[in-house]
Ligand binder design. Structure first.
Ligand code: NAD
Length: 245
């Protein structure tokens, strides 16, 4: 199949739902050979029907990451989507929650990049895309203390990787979405005392008066994965309907 990503192999984490899923499907539509990974095997199974290759992968598990990457040594595009939203201020975030958020939101990218980067460097080519957030070093958002700290750290890691390997053919960028309609957002709304009010509040904070879609984020991911973006590295690209403007 020809497309903007034809000939490329892309590994996507957290691909069973939301932004990861939409991106895995968009990569495949653009001709990439996609390895969609997640801990949710039932969710992954629905991607097999779409022609994607899948593998169960817990991004907290460094050994499992090494095993998957050793089976798929040629990875041109790494899309790090795994992340968790802890709700609350710093006072609501105990040490265990703090550590767990950092381990998933930043540690996953650390582990994935360390596993995939050597192969990219050998081939002098690669695009790494980390899913950060507007809620980060970019914008203070109520009740997102540890979440924003992790996403700011992810932006810092993105810039470091970009600079350290700028002459090696490997690029690293972060996508910083605003509020995107995904299963995890739906779950956060459903868990609120008044789910309808929670949905109205999430929409009200978006200047466009609507949530983003995972497909809208996937379009940016395709661009960053493709050679069209070859002069883009170290960028933290907002895609937030003017939320942080
Ligand atoms: P989601 O939360 O709806 O889906 C997450 C997926 O991650 C699920 O399929 C789940 O099984 C998988 N997952 C969870 N723990 C895992 C683990 N340890 N290993 C592998 N997979 C695991 O996804 P989403 O809302 O699209 O979020 C994706 C990314 O985008 C996250 O990093 C999130 O922080 C970021 N983000 C989301 C929004 C939003 O509004 N939805 C906004 C900004 C940034």
């Amino acid at each position: 199949m020809s497309g903007r990503l034809s000939g490329k192999v892309a590994l996507v984490t957290a691909a069973a739902a939301g932004i990861g899923r939409a991106t895995a499907l968009a990569f495949a539509r653009e001709g990439a050979q996609v390895l969609a990974t997640d801990i949710d095997e039932a969710g992954l199974a629905t991607l097999i029907a779409e022609g994607l290759t899948t593998a169960k992968l817990n991004v907290l598990d460094a050994q499992a990451i090494e095993a998957v990457v050793s089976l798929h040594p040629t990875i041109d595009v790494l899309f790090n989507a795994a992340g968790f939203v802890h709700h609350g201020t710093i006072l609501d975030c105990d040490q265990e929650s703090w550590n767990a958020s950092f381990n998933l939101n930043v540690g996953s990218a650390y582990r994935m990049i360390r596993a995939v980067l050597p192969g990219m460097l050998e081939r002098k080519s690669g695009s790494i895309i980390n899913v950060a957030s507007a809620a980060s070093s970019i914008k203070g958002v109520p009740n997102r203390a540890v979440y924003s700290a992790t996403k700011a750290a992810l932006i810092g890691l993105t810039k470091s990787v970009a600079v350290d390997f700028a002459t090696s053919g490997v690029r690293c960028n972060a996508i910083c979405p605003g509020t995107v309609d995904t299963p995890s957002l739906a779950g956060r709304m459903a868990a609120a005392a008044d789910p309808d009010a929670a949905r109205r509040d999430f929409i009200a904070r978006q200047p466009m008066g609507r949530l983003g879609t995972a497909e809208e984020i996937a379009h940016l991911a395709v661009y960053l994965a493709s050679d069209e973006s070859r002069f883009t590295s170290g960028a933290a690209l907002l895609i937030d309907g003017a939320w942080a403007a």
